[in-house]
Design a protein around this ligand. Structure first.
Ligand code: ADP
Length: 514
């Protein structure tokens, strides 16, 4: 039979071990350890102090000690010489001196170092209000409690660190601009961050547990190594640790696939076992658009600039022939073509320069009180002399107000709209009309041509956009309406295709009156 106090001792130790596994809140746990220790040693007060690199000493929990004394105790702890780790026990005479100094009613005390991996991480103290030495058994008991407390501190610190890490990871995942999928080794979705849910038009619940191929669905499977192959080969021969695929991804409930770039990366355990695969998904629409722009730019520039140059060159070589004598009329007609094509070239180069300037944000406006009806009449007169197939109408109310606008730029807008009307409508009336509204004025240019197909309407103001039909039969860069839109936007106005007009096309823009 164990003596009574031994039984109690064993029970207390068991209770502490149980508490250790159940309780992760460090302060609650330490207080439990402290109370049991005080009770076991028939003490009346005590505290557990912890030491860490950042804060130094601090009193984690205390029992039977007035709050007012805590600061004093902290300073006292700091003033103690650093204890060697072999010597678990804190020197009793110093403790007793301290107790008599602060006269808190305690007469003797004992303190033991809490040691983890040969480092003092804290101390545990018990005080009695009567004289009497702490026995060897008391000290032994205190040592085993101190060891338990050291384990508790380590566990709780580990737990907090892990929790912080996982919170950090969550925050990182959810704030990432790229879509991120965390996959299990058998390629099922474990987590899908917010950006990915947005990209795929789905929710995390809909993705989790599914095989990744049900979530990442391609309109057309991209070339190269597949994720399954990479995993089957343990990421070794076929791919580098990271590999990248590009393609068009299908999305839940949306018709248009999304161009994306996905990079896959493995996460291995220390034993080199695959734990997760991380897929990071990036929307590359803008990149693709920029690429397409570049391609259209090159093709437009090379095609559109080449045509007039070829014409000019052709006429010049013909005129220069020594073996033929050209009559004045032919020479004059040829020179007229050369002049026209040179003008055309200049216009195109200017449009291209304008477009580049606009992209760089360099459009500055010189605003004046602009009388648009006057400008419209001037342009109509000029165009009348240039075409016989069209007639021009200018239709503005008498009280149409002057508006603050850049004359040169608005002339450019009207010129582009009139050029298009002439170019795309074979004959008929071209009308420039205007009306004043309370806050703005609206100016429209209409023709009696084929009109703009409703399918093209959303895009005609985009850079380099030309409808397929039109591109086959007419010349152009697809920059005219883009420049118009940018100029009108710079004036804080709007430009649009009037869908209600059915006799041809009508493009209108508004300009604020103030
Ligand atoms: P471009 O005339 O050089 O093609 P724009 O930007 O001026 O470039 O016009 C873009 C497209 O809008 C044209 O290619 C054409 O398809 C369409 N469009 C513009 N104006 C008209 C119009 N008056 N009638 C019919 N289609 C038009």
């Amino acid at each position: 039979m164990l003596p009574d106090y031994r039984v109690r001792q064993r029970d207390y130790l068991l209770e502490i071990s149980r508490a250790l596994t159940e309780e992760l809140d460090l302060d609650v746990l330490l207080l439990r350890i402290l109370r049991i220790t005080i009770e076991m040693l028939t003490g009346h007060a005590g505290f557990i102090a912890l030491k860490d690199e950042k804060r130094g000493w601090h009193i984690a929990v205390h029992e039977g000690i007035a709050e007012a004394l805590l600061n004093y105790l902290k300073r006292w702890l700091e003033a103690q010489p650093a204890d060697s780790t072999e010597d678990d026990e804190v020197h009793v005479p110093e403790i007793n001196r301290m107790l008599s100094d602060i006269s808190m009613g305690m007469l003797t005390g004992v303190g033991i170092n809490m040691i983890f991996q040969k480092q003092v991480i804290g101390q545990i103290y018990v005080f009695r209000n009567y004289r009497g030495l702490f026995s060897a058994n008391d000290r032994m008991l205190l040592t085993s409690f101190a060891n338990q407390a050291a384990i508790a501190v380590r566990n709780a610190r580990l737990y907090n660190e892990t929790r912080e890490q996982s919170l950090r990871l969550e925050a990182l995942l959810d704030s990432a601009a790229d879509g991120i999928l965390i996959l299990t080794p058998d390629l099922r979705v474990e987590r899908a961050n917010k950006a990915l849910q947005r990209l795929l038009n789905t929710t995390e619940e809909q993705c989790v547990g599914k095989h990744f191929s049900e979530v990442i669905r391609w309109a057309k499977p991209p070339q190269g190594v597949t994720l399954e192959e990479a995993v089957a080969n343990n990421w070794s021969q076929s791919v580098q640790n990271l590999f990248y695929l590009e393609g068009d991804m299908l999305r839940e409930g949306l018709r248009e696939p999304l161009p994306v770039g996905i990079s896959y990366g493995p996460l291995f355990s220390a034993e080199n076992k695959l734990i997760n695969v991380i897929a990071s998904v990036r929307d590359i629409t803008r990149f693709r658009t920029a690429e397409e722009m570049k391609t259209s730019f090159i093709s437009v520039v090379s095609h559109e600039l080449k045509t007039p140059i070829a014409l000019i060159k052709g006429y010049v070589s013909t005129l220069r022939r020594d073996d033929v004598e050209w009559d004045r009329e032919i020479v004059s007609e040829s020179l007229a073509v050369i002049e026209e094509e040179a003008d055309h070239l200049t216009e195109m180069v200017e449009d291209l320069l304008d477009a580049t300037r606009l992209q760089a944000g360099g459009l500055t406006l010189k605003k004046v009180e602009l009388e648009i009806p006057r400008l419209a009449r001037f342009l109509a007169d000029r165009y009348t002399s240039q075409t016989e197939k069209h007639s021009f109408e200018v239709d503005f109310p008498a009280d149409f107000p002057a508006v603050p606008a850049d004359e040169e730029r608005i002339r450019q807008v009207l010129t582009n709209l009139l050029n298009n009307a002439i170019k795309y409508s074979p004959t008929g009336e071209i009308r420039i009309s205007g009306k004043a509204r309370q806050k703005d004025v609206v100016v429209c240019v209409s023709d009696h041509g084929p009109g703009i197909d409703p399918r093209d309407q959303p895009f005609v103001f985009d850079r380099f956009y030309r409808s397929d039909e039109v591109a086959k039969t007419t010349k152009g860069t697809g920059l005219g309406l883009y420049l118009c839109r940018e100029i009108i936007r710079a004036h804080e106005g709007k430009i649009w295709v009037d869908e209600t007009y059915k006799e041809g096309s009508r493009i209108c823009f508004s300009l604020p009156r103030e």
